[in-house]
Every structure is written in structure tokens, then in C-alpha cells.
Design a protein around this ligand. Structure first.
Ligand code: ADP
Ligand code: MG
Length: 294
């Protein structure tokens, strides 16, 4: 039988724009002590914008952006949307064929007879492209400014970087401060680079030792398991396809309503908006609800 207090709690949740999969979820919520937060689209807006292009020797910015735009047109990632928009602002997109992608890695396709890849370093490597020492120095310099830098390869050669930035949601810092007041430990989890992850963490009040960066999608679920094996009871908050395994593994999976269907399906609880303040409210709601039935 379901205690009546829990049902009241789920009803109140709906009023607050929080959809709870079942009454048991509120019971689970009470026990959590750690909250893992995906960065892109959860702590930040996820509306990335291209800020600059750094071509490698022998390539132009126009060429790198145009080819990256053509290959990203097959992807739904926020990075892809931003690169496509920037490329389209200059020229119509070229057609691409043989599209392929690795979630949390990057994309590849054939554009005008050229083989184009875009993504993180490991993805370029998988596609036979190695960065030189000077390529890597340029990458580090771009990342140090807080950029999410996508590496572009053309016909097996490193061709340059497309640099993007995201904005932190206005309410993220106050919501994270409130999590701390509730005795919860916030942890940032991202597939993005460590430099940008640490800058975001610092701005929202997450300790630099509580940042997991350069994580692959399967690594997100592993991070949850690792904390669980240390005795922690873990909530995971995310929005992307790549967050789904971690949402399912967590003691409590919380999806952003603005996120992908895959994330919502994997979660125990979905907040209707995209605001971390609602994540905090759902935790507070579960505590209040359970107090009334004791
Ligand atoms: P996050 O944890 O920030 O949501 P993802 O796991 O989706 O990030 O992606 C991790 C990294 O993989 C990105 O920072 C980027 O370097 C690369 N990547 C993923 N998808 C794409 C794409 N469509 N184009 C280029 N790079 C991508
Ligand atoms: Mg995300």
C-alpha cells in the first residue's frame, strides 16, 4: 500500500511542474547525499555559439567552418546546432553523405569528395588524425579561455579548431548553494574539457575536486557507480542522450524537461522547465512530504 502522504507529495510535485514516476521515488529522494550535475544544458543553457575559428597552417577559417557545418548538419548535439548556424550565416551548407557519429565523441561525413571529421581529440585519433605538439598547444590556449573547442580534420589531416562558448543559467549558482544548505554535495560531470569544466564549476560554487571532465557517455554511469561504491546515495541530473545510462544507474535520476526523450525515459523524476531551482524544490518536497507521514 502507498502511504497517503506520498501521494499528496506526487500531486504537489505536479503543481510545481515536477513529474514523478511513482510514489517510491520520493522515498528514494530523501536518502540522497550527492548530486551529480551534467554541465551542458543542465548547469549551462546549452545554447552554444561559435566565437572563433583557428585554422591550422594551409587551411582557412571559412573552409574549416563550412566543412564543419556540412558534417554537423547530421547531428542533433547543441555543438552541432551552433556550428551549423555559424556556417549557414556565411554560405549555404554543402551536402554531406556517409554520415556517422559517436555520441560524446564527434561526427564524420563526406563533403564535396572530402572526408571530414569533427569532434574531440580521441575521435580524430579514431579516424586516423593525430595532433602535433603545436596543434595541441593551440587547443590548450583556446580551452584556457573557457572555450569548448571542436577539432576538425579534412582528408586525414588536422585542419583547425571551431571554438564555442555557452552561458551559465542565471539560477544555477543559487540552486547549487541551496543544495549545499540541504547538506548535499554537488558534483559536475561533463564530456567537455577540464579547463572549461573547472571555470564553470568555480562560477557556480562547485569544488574543483568535485569536477569529472572529459568523461565519455559510459563514463558518466561509471562515475555514478564509483560514488555509490563509496557508500554515497547519488542523484544524477541531466538532459542528453549521453546522460541516460547515468540517469538509470543513479539512485535518483532527474531529467530536465527541455532535454531529450531518452533522458526523460531513463529518469525517475522530470522537472517541466529547465531550471535547477526545480531540482532543489523536488528534493525539498520529498523531505517535507516524508516528514508529514512520520
Ligand atoms: P556533455 O557532457 O557536455 O553534454 P557530450 O558527452 O555530449 O558532452 O560530448 C562530449 C564531447 O564530445 C564534446 O565536448 C565534444 O568535444 C564532442 N562531441 C560530441 N558530439 C559532438 C558533435 N556533434 N560534434 C563535435 N563534437 C562533438
Ligand atoms: Mg547535457
Amino acid at each position: 500500500a502507498t502511504p497517503i502522504g506520498l501521494l499528496v507529495g506526487t500531486g504537489r510535485g505536479a503543481q510545481l511542474g515536477i513529474l514523478i514516476r511513482g510514489p517510491q521515488v520520493l522515498e528514494d529522494t530523501r536518502k540522497i547525499d550527492t548530486v551529480l550535475l551534467d554541465k551542458t544544458g543542465t548547469v549551462t543553457e546549452g545554447n552554444l555559439a561559435v566565437t572563433s575559428v583557428s585554422p591550422a597552417t594551409g587551411f582557412t577559417s571559412e573552409m574549416v567552418l563550412a566543412l564543419a557545418g556540412a558534417v554537423e548538419s547530421g547531428s542533433e548535439h547543441p555543438i552541432a546546432h551552433a556550428i551549423v548556424a555559424a556556417a549557414r550565416a556565411t554560405d549555404p551548407l554543402a551536402e554531406s553523405t556517409d554520415f556517422g557519429s559517436a555520441p560524446g565523441g564527434g561526427v564524420r561525413a563526406t563533403v564535396d569528395g572530402q572526408s571530414v571529421v569533427a569532434g574531440r581529440e580521441s575521435w580524430l585519433k579514431e579516424n586516423g588524425i593525430e595532433l602535433t605538439k603545436s596543434n595541441r598547444e593551440n587547443l590548450s590556449a583556446a580551452q584556457a579561455t573557457g572555450a569548448t573547442s571542436i577539432m576538425v580534420g579534412i582528408d586525414g589531416v588536422f585542419a583547425g579548431l571551431v571554438n564555442l562558448t555557452d552561458t551559465i543559467k542565471e539560477s544555477s549558482a543559487s540552486a547549487i548553494a541551496r543544495l549545499r544548505e540541504l547538506g548535499l554535495r554537488p558534483v559536475l560531470l561533463t564530456g567537455d574539457n577540464a579547463a572549461v569544466a573547472k571555470q564553470v564549476a568555480q562560477k557556480v560554487g562547485i569544488a574543483s575536486e568535485d569536477v569529472f571532465a572529459d568523461v565519455f557517455p559510459e563514463g558518466k554511469a561509471q562515475a555514478v557507480r564509483k560514488l555509490q561504491s563509496e557508500g554515497r546515495v547519488v542523484a544524477m541530473v541531466g538532459d542528453g542522450v549521453n546522460d541516460a545510462p547515468a540517469l538509470a544507474q543513479a539512485d535518483l535520476g532527474i531529467a530536465m524537461g527541455s532535454g531529450t526523450d531518452v533522458a526523460i525515459e531513463a529518469a525517475d523524476l522530470t522537472i517541466m522547465g529547465n531550471d535547477l531551482a526545480q531540482v532543489v524544490q523536488s528534493i525539498e518536497l520529498s523531505r517535507k512530504t516524508l516528514r508529514t507521514i512520520k
